[in-house]
Design a protein around this ligand. Structure first.
Ligand code: F6P
Length: 327
C-alpha cells in the first residue's frame, strides 16, 4: 500500500550550495501536488531542535529558483550529534505532526539524518546539496556545477594578470576532503596543474607542477590547490615553491566563500528540480533512509549509509587529462 505522510518537513543544512532553493521549491510543490503538507524548518538541525518551523505554500517558494544560498537558512549544529539534541528535535516533529523528513545537504547532514532516522523510526530522504560533489552514489551534487563555473571564471580573470607577469599563481579551491572541484575546475580553466589530496604525494605534485611550468618555458602558470591537500593550503605550497625554486615569483589567491555564492546554473536548477520531485516520490514509494542520486543522467536512490561511507573516486582519465593538456 502506498505510504502517504500527511505532513513532511524539509530543511537545508551544512554549507549552503547554489540550487538549494530550487530543490526546496521542487520538494514543496511536488508534495503539495500530492496532497501533502510541507513544513519548512529554518537553520537546519538547529531549527529542528529549537522548533523554528513554518508551513509553506506554493507561494512561499515562488521567485526563488534563480537565487543562490537558501531562503530557509543553514547552520552547522553541534547539538544534533548529541542524544539530547536529537531528542529535542524529535519533540519538534511530534508537536508539528511531521511524519517524514527531506534533508538537503552534504555528508554531515546525512550522517546526522541517518542516526536520527534509526533512533526514532522516521523516514528520511536525502538530497545531495554541496559544492564538493563528494558523495558516493551520485554523479553530481546540487551546487557543484555552479561552483565549478564560478571558479573557472575567477581563473579566467586571473590569467589576464598572470600572463602580464612572470609569476606562478596558486589558487586555493574549496572541497573539504575531496579534489573534484579542484581537478575539474583546473581542466575547465586550462590550468597548468592541480594539487589534490587523492593523488601521489603533495611534494611530488608540487614538483610536477613546477616541472610543467619550466618545460613550457611559459612566462606564467596557474596551479589550483585543493584547500586541504596540504596543511596551510595554497600559502604553504607557495612557501615551498619559493624555498625550493627562488627563481619563481608566486602569488596566492584564496577564492574562499565566493565559490559558494551566485545564481545557480541551468544544470543545477534542473538537477535540483528533478531531485526535489524524486525525494517526494521516494516517500510515496515508502522508501526510507535513502539519498536521491543521479547516475548516467537517470534518477537513482542509494542508501544513506553508502552515500556517506563509501568513497567516490577521482577518475584516472580526468587526472591524466591535466597532465596531457599542460605539456
Ligand atoms: O562543504 C562545503 C564547504 O564549502 C567546503 O568546501 C569547505 O571546506 C567548507 O564547506 C567550509 O565551511 P564553512 O562555511 O563552515 O567555513
Amino acid at each position: 500500500m502506498e505510504f502517504k505522510p500527511k505532513t513532511i518537513g524539509v530543511l537545508t543544512s551544512g554549507g549552503d550550495a547554489p540550487g538549494m532553493n530550487a530543490a526546496l521549491r521542487a520538494v514543496t510543490r511536488a508534495a503539495i501536488s500530492n496532497g501533502i503538507k510541507v513544513k519548512a524548518i529554518y537553520r537546519g538541525y538547529k531549527g529542528l531542535i529549537d522548533g523554528e518551523v513554518e508551513e509553506f505554500t506554493s507561494q512561499n517558494v515562488s521567485g526563488i529558483i534563480q537565487r543562490g544560498g537558501t531562503i530557509i537558512k543553514s547552520a552547522r549544529c553541534p547539538e544534533f550529534p548529541t542524544k539530547e539534541g536529537r531528542e529535542k528535535a524529535y519533540e519538534t516533529l511530534k508537536r508539528e505532526g511531521i511524519e517524514a523528513l527531506i534533508i538537503i545537504g552534504g555528508d554531515g547532514t546525512f550522517t546526522g539524518g541517518r542516526i536520527f532516522a534509526q533512533e526514532y523510526n522516521v523516514p528520511v530522504i536525502g538530497i545531495p546539496g554541496t559544492i564538493d560533489n563528494d558523495l558516493w552514489g551520485t554523479d553530481a551534487t546540487i551546487g557543484y556545477d555552479t561552483a565549478l563555473n564560478t571558479i573557472m571564471h575567477c581563473v579566467d580573470t586571473l590569467r589576464d594578470t598572470a600572463t602580464s607577469h612572470e609569476r606562478v599563481f596558486l589558487v586555493e579551491v574549496m572541497g573539504r576532503d575531496a579534489g573534484f572541484l579542484t581537478l575539474n575546475a583546473a581542466i575547465a580553466a586550462g590550468a597548468e596543474a592541480a594539487i589534490i589530496p587523492e593523488r601521489a604525494t603533495i611534494i611530488e605534485q608540487i614538483e610536477a607542477a613546477i616541472g610543467q611550468g619550466k618545460r613550457k618555458s611559459k612566462n606564467s602558470s596557474i596551479v589550483l590547490v585543493q584547500e586541504h591537500a596540504i596543511e596551510g593550503g595554497a600559502q604553504a605550497v607557495a612557501k615551498m615553491m619559493e624555498h625550493e625554486h627562488p627563481e619563481f615569483s608566486t602569488r596566492v589567491t584564496i577564492l574562499g566563500h565566493l565559490q559558494r555564492g551566485g545564481s545557480p546554473t541551468a544544470n543545477d536548477r534542473i538537477l535540483a528540480s528533478r531531485m526535489g520531485i524524486a525525494a517526494v516520490q521516494a516517500l510515496l514509494e515508502d522508501q526510507r533512509n535513502v539519498m536521491v542520486g543521479v547516475k548516467n543522467g537517470e534518477i537513482d536512490y542509494v542508501p544513506l549509509s553508502k552515500a556517506i561511507k563509501q568513497k567516490k573516486d577521482i577518475k584516472d582519465e580526468k587526472w591524466e587529462a591535466i597532465q596531457v593538456l599542460s605539456i
